[in-house]
Write a protein that binds this ligand. Structure first.
Ligand code: NDP
Ligand code: GDR
Length: 370
């Protein structure tokens, strides 16, 4: 039985990757942070009682900023594969916590690589590093491939740039099997609520049900190459099964502006939007609604731009070229953007119907807009 260790197991990708590896017959270990509330929502369905024998899903407390913890865990677990997914992953928040982001996302990667080296596991343990299209930052060339130069535009991206190169360096210096997956944005119904796609699909569902009045967003012109997280975790595994350790771009090759994602999400609910105005004056209104069950008036203003969501330096355009992954590993995404939007909107509609039910029953529901 192969043993995998996943850092960031409680996050979006950690949850999907756990499911994927368990289906492949792996024993999966994961590092979770101690929090004052439970933070394992996304993986609770995989939980196994620690008192039963022969578990194949095991969680450990840990943190990317604690080398002693990481060394001890890797020594105990002796993993065949490490997927380093843990990170302070929100680009805008990284401007507010730049030092912590550098520590967890940049040095955290060094701690994993060095733990494997110190423990003499270079020949046994393969390492996947969660690199990102944010490395490309300010547009140098489109589409972006493994040979496109980097120009990071946030403390997050700069930290991830360190992580990228230290992974390459350990591979070359110590002959380790360590790879970067340069993944473009990937989303899902369990995407964090403050990333733009999930913020939009939640808000669309809430507005449709009369639970929220308006959606406030920042830059509507930013363009992203959005894929489905399920397709991307499959590729993480494929990367570690390749004969040679290499770096890989994973993307759909299709880019879409944030504004268009908003339009598609509302469309999925039968609500057609009309955008008017420009820059911070831009607004969206309900043009028509074909879903007779929704009580939403034509002409209702549902979207405003709020400059508080603008970033000090923005990444305007990302579009990836995954030819290498396609030709050398045979990877192609199964989901198109319209399937992704459908999956996310339908899931959020169900969740918000639950909220509506609670609200109608006199229970308080909370609504965070960030
Ligand atoms: P999430 O934000 O959903 O999950 C991040 C995970 O990292 C969570 O489990 C979080 O724990 C954990 N974490 C954060 N800080 C620490 C720390 N100091 N010590 C231990 N664990 C920590 O991210 P995704 O699942 O979306 O992304 C996974 C990885 O892939 C990240 O590294 C991200 O930067 C990268 N990436 C993501 C892309 C995407 O589009 N999703 C694209 C390219 C790269 P907790 O639950 O306690 O907060
Ligand atoms: P990104 O994702 O920064 O690409 O990083 P995010 O969804 O946060 O932003 C995408 C684009 O949307 C614009 N935007 C807004 N973003 C947020 N979060 N909230 C808003 O209200 C809003 N309005 C407009 C942003 O300015 C941006 O241009 C994600 C993360 O998962 C990273 O960890 C990962 O490395 C990259 O994707 C690839």
């Amino acid at each position: 039985m192969k043993i995998a260790l996943i850092t960031g197991i409680t996050g979006q990708d950690g949850a999907y990757l756990s499911e994927f590896l368990l289906k492949k017959g792996y024993q999966v270990h994961g590092i979770k942070r101690r929090a004052s509330l439970f933070n394992t929502d996304r993986i609770d369905h995989l939980y196994q009682d620690p008192h039963v024998e022969h578990r194949n899903f095991i969680l450990h407390y840990g943190d990317m900023t604690d080398s002693t913890n990481l060394i001890r865990l890797i020594q105990e677990i002796q993993p065949d594969e490490i997927y380093n997914l843990a990170a302070m992953s929100h680009v805008q928040v990284s401007f507010e916590v730049p030092e912590y982001t550098g520590n967890a996302d940049g040095l955290g990667t060094l701690r994993i690589l060095d733990a494997v080296r110190l423990l003499g596991l270079e020949k046994k343990t393969r390492i996947y590093q969660a690199s990102t299209s944010e490395l490309y930052g300010k547009v140098q060339e489109v589409p972006q491939s493994e040979t496109t130069p980097f120009y990071p535009r946030s403390p997050y991206a700069v930290a991830k740039m360190y992580a990228f190169w230290i992974t390459v360096n350990y591979r070359e210096a110590y002959n380790m099997y360590a790879c970067n997956g340069i993944l473009f944005n990937h989303e899902s119904p369990i995407r964090g609520e403050t990333f733009v796609t999930r913020k939009i699909t939640r808000a669309a569902a809430r507005i449709a049900l009369g639970l929220q009045n308006k959606l406030y967003l920042g830059n509507l012109d930013a363009q992203r190459d959005w894929g489905h997280a399920k397709d991307y975790v499959r590729m993480m595994w494929m990367i570690l099964q390749a004969e040679e350790p290499e770096d890989w771009v994973i993307a759909t090759g299709v880019t879409t502006p944030v504004r268009e994602f908003v339009r598609m999400a509302f469309d999925e609910l039968g609500i057609t939007l009309e955008f008017k105005g420009q820059g911070i004056e831009e607004k969206a209104y309900v043009k028509s609604c074909s879903n007779k069950e929704l009580k939403i008036e034509t002409g209702k203003e549902v979207l405003n731009v709020d400059p508080k969501y603008f970033r000090p330096t923005e990444v305007e355009l990302l579009i990836g070229d995954a030819t290498k992954a396609n030709t050398k590993l045979g990877w192609t995404p199964e989901y198109e953007l319209k399937d992704l939007v459908k999956d996310m909107v339908n899931s959020d509609l169900k969740l918000m119907q639950k909220d509506q039910y609670l609200k109608n029953g006199g229970y308080t529901t909370y609504n965070y807009f960030e």
